[in-house]
Design a protein around this ligand. Sequence first.
Ligand code: SF4
Ligand code: SF4
Length: 180
Amino acid sequence: MRMVDLSLIEAARQLLADVTPLPFDCGTLCGHRCCTDFAPNEGVYLIPGELPLFDGTEDFTRWQFHRTDEYEFAPAWERRFDSVPFLQCTRLCDRSRRPFECRTYPLWPYLRADGTLEMRYSFLAHGICPLPERYRIDQLDPAFVDAARRAWELLMQDEAMREHVEWLTAQYDALELPPA
Ligand code: SF4
Ligand code: SF4
């Protein structure tokens, strides 16, 4: 079972270390909903291989491990990984330690037919995050959108992450959501 290369994950996290969707703290628009409005079964998936970037001294974490044959992941992940770590925050984190998924939120990648990546609002962000209703993607901070795209491009050097992006893209296509 080969995890995603740690140096790729670190580099992707670093690209998104200091950029945010808007030039001000978007948490002021919503009371930090994406960090505080957790239903009992909600949380954040780590990238397989990201767990070593947590050293156990974090005091905002509660962990579950979701088996790939029980939860929904890219189909090929079932043979690649037994389980994927799932973080449920108990309070606002120390930002420098937040996982990749939080750094790219609320954007996810969409793989165009020509092989280029487009950033779209996560289809799971609708109803939680107010940004999709208030801002088109091209109204977000371009530095954030660009860094998110570069971070995902970097991660896609790993085959498992490429499968993940293809799986997200298939879900966008099935939902027939228009690009924002
Ligand atoms: S829910 Fe959206 S607007 Fe609110 S803090 Fe999270 S990313 Fe920002
Ligand atoms: S890890 Fe931090 S940024 Fe991510 S959901 Fe938890 S509190 Fe929010």
